[in-house]
Design a protein around this ligand. Structure first.
Ligand SMILES: *Cc1c(COP(=O)(O)O)cnc(C)c1O
Ligand code: SF4
Length: 330
C-alpha cells in the first residue's frame, strides 16, 4: 500500500531550501554556465524555498520568479543614487527594535531572517544575521509601547516575522494584546507566498482568537507565485477574520507590463487578497538592474486603471526618506 509521504514541517523545508544557484538551475534544467552570475554572494546569500521554485517554469532562464532570486554580476555595478539604506531604516534601528516613521503606527523588527532572498530587496545590505529579538529586548519594546498612547497599530516586520516560531509569536501577540490603545496587529510577510506550510493551525488559532484586528500584508510580484497551495493558505488566513492585502514592487523584466500586473491583481482578488501598494524600487545598492522609470510605472498603472475595477488597482507609491507617509506617484 502506498502511504502518503509525510509533509516536512515548515522549519524542515527552510533547512532544505535551495542554497546555491547551481542546485536551483539543475532542478529547473537551466544551464548555469551561460548566466552572468555574481561571483560572491557572501553578503546576501542565495536562498529559495522549494515551493517558490516549483512555481518557476522549467528551462526558462527569463522566468519572472527565477529573475527575482538570481544573483547576477550587475549587482556589482555602482549606480549613483543607489545606497545601502535608501529608506533610512538602518539609521532608525540597529538590529531588532522599533522603527517609527509614520503617525500612529510602529514597525517592530522581530527578526532579520527571511525564507527567500529577493535580490531587489532594500534590506539586502542590512546585516543579515539570524538574530531574533530576545525576551529582554521584547520586554523593553513592550514597555515603550505601553507609554506610547499615540500608537494604535503595531506592524510586525523584519526580515520576515513569520520566521519566528508559533511559540515566540504567541508571546509577542499576548504582550501586544495586553496594551489597550493598540487596536491592530499588522504582519508583513512573504511566507504565505513562498512557504505556505508556515500557515500552521497554531498560527491560525492565534489570529482567530486575537482581540485585536489582524491585518496580513503579503508580498507577491507575479501571478505565477500564487499556486494552489498558496491559495489554500490564504483562504485559511481569511477564515480567521484577518484581512489580507498584497504589496508588490514594480521590477524590470518581471512585472513591468500591464498584462502581468492585471493577472496579478486578478489572482490576488480571487484569493481573497486586496492589492494594496505597488512600490517603485527602493534604490538599494546592487539593485539598479531592476529599476523601472517612474514615468513607465505611472503609465502601467494608468493602463491598469482602464482595465480593472478600482478596488483591484494597487496604489503606486515611492518610499522617500523623511516623508511622513509613502508618496503616491499618481
Ligand atoms: C511602509 C511603512 C509603514 C506602513 O505604511 P502604510 O502606509 O500604513 O502601509 C509603517 N512604518 C514604516 C517604517 C514603513 O516603512
Ligand atoms: S524582506 Fe521581503 S523582499 Fe526582502 S528578502 Fe526578505 S522576503 Fe524578500
Amino acid at each position: 500500500m502506498n502511504l502518503p509521504l509525510p509533509v516536512a514541517s515548515w522549519q524542515n523545508q527552510l533547512q532544505t531550501a535551495f542554497s546555491s544557484v547551481k542546485e536551483l538551475c539543475d532542478y529547473l534544467h537551466i544551464s548555469s554556465q551561460h548566466l552572468p552570475l555574481l561571483d560572491d554572494t557572501a553578503n546576501f546569500p542565495f536562498k529559495v524555498t522549494h515551493d517558490f521554485a516549483a512555481c518557476m517554469e522549467k528551462g526558462n532562464p527569463n522566468d519572472p520568479l527565477f529573475l527575482q532570486v538570481l544573483p547576477v554580476n550587475q549587482e556589482h555595478v555602482e549606480t549613483p543614487g543607489y545606497v545601502n539604506d535608501p529608506v533610512g531604516d538602518l539609521e532608525a534601528s540597529s538590529g531588532p527594535g522599533i522603527i517609527q516613521k509614520y503617525q500612529g503606527r510602529v514597525l517592530l523588527i522581530s527578526t532579520q531572517a527571511c525564507a527567500i532572498h529577493c535580490r531587489y530587496c532594500f534590506r539586502r545590505n542590512f546585516p543579515y544575521t539570524d538574530n531574533r529579538i530576545s525576551s529582554s529586548q521584547l520586554d523593553g519594546l513592550i514597555s515603550e509601547l505601553k507609554r506610547r498612547t499615540d500608537i494604535h497599530e503595531v506592524i510586525l516586520s523584519g526580515g520576515d516575522p513569520l520566521m519566528l516560531n508559533d511559540h515566540k509569536l504567541q508571546d509577542i501577540f499576548s504582550q501586544i494584546e495586553s496594551i489597550n490603545h493598540i487596536k491592530r496587529i499588522r504582519i508583513h510577510s512573504r511566507l504565505p507566498i513562498v512557504l505556505p506550510d508556515r500557515i500552521t493551525p497554531a498560527l491560525l488559532q492565534l489570529f482567530a482568537h486575537s482581540p485585536k484586528q489582524i491585518i496580513m500584508i503579503v508580498h507577491a510580484n507575479h501571478a505565477n507565485e500564487i499556486s494552489n497551495k498558496v491559495k489554500e493558505a490564504c483562504h485559511l488566513i481569511k477564515s480567521t477574520g484577518a484581512i489580507s492585502y498584497n504589496q508588490s514592487v514594480v521590477l524590470k523584466g518581471i512585472n513591468d507590463n500591464v498584462d502581468a500586473l492585471q493577472q496579478l491583481s486578478e489572482v490576488l482578488f480571487e484569493t481573497g487578497i486586496q492589492p494594496y501598494y505597488l512600490h517603485t524600487l527602493d534604490r538599494a545598492k546592487g539593485t539598479a538592474h531592476f529599476a523601472v522609470a517612474d514615468e513607465q510605472a505611472k503609465h502601467l498603472v494608468s493602463q491598469l486603471t482602464r482595465r480593472l475595477p478600482g478596488y483591484m488597482v494597487p496604489r503606486l507609491v515611492r518610499e522617500i526618506k523623511d516623508q511622513p507617509h509613502k508618496t503616491p506617484l499618481i
